[in-house]
Design a protein around this ligand. Structure first.
Ligand code: ZN
Length: 103
């Protein structure tokens, strides 16, 4: 049934579950956005990332616009985001590895 192995469509339910897993906060800065959470491609589509639930994080509009199509690690370095979970370094070297809120 899968004709394009690189393409994994996801539905509204999966998106909802992902947001719930992040407590409806921005996955990057942790705020509860006033508006809707937006879908950020962790590995940007322009850099070979997939439009798949495993490559999507719920983020606020400010982070989404700030990150744009940068790689997450590069963007974080640029922003010098100093969050405890960002300090673990678990995402280093892996382009698709995301440091999720582990608590
Ligand atoms: Zn944010």
């Amino acid at each position: 049934m899968v004709t394009n192995p690189g393409f994994c469509p996801f539905g509204a339910a999966e998106w909802e579950a992902l947001k719930r897993r992040h407590d409806y906060r921005c996955a990057y800065c942790g705020i509860h956005p006033e508006g809707l959470l937006e879908k950020d491609h962790v590995v940007p589509l322009t850099k070979g990332g997939r439009h798949a639930i495993g490559n999507i994080l719920p983020v606020c509009g400010a982070c989404n616009r700030s990150k744009s199509d940068a790689f997450l690690a590069a963007w974080r370095m640029r922003k010098q985001v100093r969050r405890s979970d960002a300090a673990t370094g678990a995402g280093r070297g892996g382009s698709a590895v995301v440091v999720l809120r582990g608590d």
